[in-house]
Design a protein around this ligand. Structure first.
Ligand code: UDP
Ligand code: MG
Length: 310
């Protein structure tokens, strides 16, 4: 067990200023393990790749794969899982928000037989109130909808045993919500707590729309309950419609002198029906879009260059 290989996979997108500080902290931590560090350059337009190559010329444990364009964080991680050789694989952000010093604790739990070790954020105080609130709501919502329990306060900083990695690699899904897929497998898991740090240099690449996309991807990958919700909404409004008819008929018969032909009720009815129908079509559309993406079978990413990798 002593002589295992530890892979660290790091997706990078325009992180030129973070590479050197990251390696300065990561390399001492990895010294005691046989290791490889695999950077996945997700189509950076700055000097990220040349910065990494500079380190590769000095250290043969560092490897680099470059995407042709930006394919997204989840795709970069999935490329990392495909190319990593390790007996266990740790995924890490490049911006030092995930402190590398946590890795030995994760390895310890893995050596005790845990095939997934999550790094769990003990405090989220470095994130803004909006991110905290939206993340909290998202996890509550997705766990309400989904049968797979997706642990909250857990990001993409985790250790996976090579068996879990090959399960991930065998998945043929196009849309990768890795946090969910990792949990779905049901492998024995543990977590270690850490304090999420502030981003070292630059700003977040997760814009609001990327976050919203990830959230929708997560929900539609792990639950078809929204479709059922659409059906229920249909029933509720159909029932209201029937009650409205009964009300109108009774009113006309028993209280004809008070009965004003009301267009307000009509208008409200049309508006709310229209709204519900649009929402429902939207929900169905989400799933059809998903099926469409799956049947296209496009490659998840395209590789421009591999450095120090076969
Ligand atoms: N990242 C990536 N592709 C993207 C966006 C981000 O590879 O399209 C990388 C980024 O370089 C970083 C990690 O994913 O190493 C997490 O991104 P970020 O720090 O911007 O997200 P946050 O921590 O704010 O959620
Ligand atoms: Mg970050």
């Amino acid at each position: 067990m002593k002589d295992f290989l530890l892979s660290v996979i790091i997706p990078v997108y325009n992180e030129e200023k973070n590479i050197a500080p990251l390696l300065r902290r990561l390399l001492p931590v990895l010294e005691k393990y046989r290791h490889e560090i695999l950077f996945i350059d997700d189509g950076s337009s700055d000097k990220t790749a040349s910065e990494i190559k500079r380190f590769i010329s000095k250290n043969s444990a560092i490897k680099l794969v470059r995407f042709l364009r930006n394919f997204g964080h989840q795709m970069a991680l999935s490329a990392g899982y495909q190319l990593a050789q390790g007996d266990c694989v740790v995924s890490l952000d490049a911006d030092l928000q995930d402190p590398p010093e946590v890795i030995p604790k994760m390895v310890e739990k893995w050596q005790k037989g845990m095939q997934i070790v999550y790094a769990k954020r003990s405090v989220r105080d470095v994130d803004g109130p909006f991110k905290k609130l939206s993340a909290g709501l998202f996890y509550r919502f997705i766990n309400f909808l989904s049968d797979t329990k997706i642990p909250s306060e857990v990001g993409d900083f985790r250790l996976l045993d090579k068996e879990v990695v090959s399960y991930i690699n065998a998945l043929s899904e196009q849309s990768l919500f890795l946090r969910g897929l990792v949990a779905w497998g049901g492998y024995p898991s543990a977590s270690v707590e850490y304090k999420r740090e502030r981003r070292y240099a630059g700003g977040t690449h997760y814009t609001f729309s990327k976050m919203a996309n990830l959230a929708l991807e997560g929900i539609t990958s792990f639950s078809t309950k929204p479709l059922r919700l659409a059906t229920y909404l249909g029933f509720v409004f159909a029932t209201l419609g029937v009650l409205g008819v009964v009300y109108a008929v009774l009113g006309k018969i028993f209280l004809p002198e008070y009965w004003v032909p009301g267009w307000t009720a009509l208008f409200v009815g049309i508006m709310s029906f229209g709204g519900v129908q649009l929402i429902t079509i939207g929900i169905i559309g989400e799933y059809i879009g998903k099926i469409y993406k799956e049947v296209q079978r496009r490659p998840k990413f395209l590789i421009k260059e591999k450095v120090n990798l076969d």
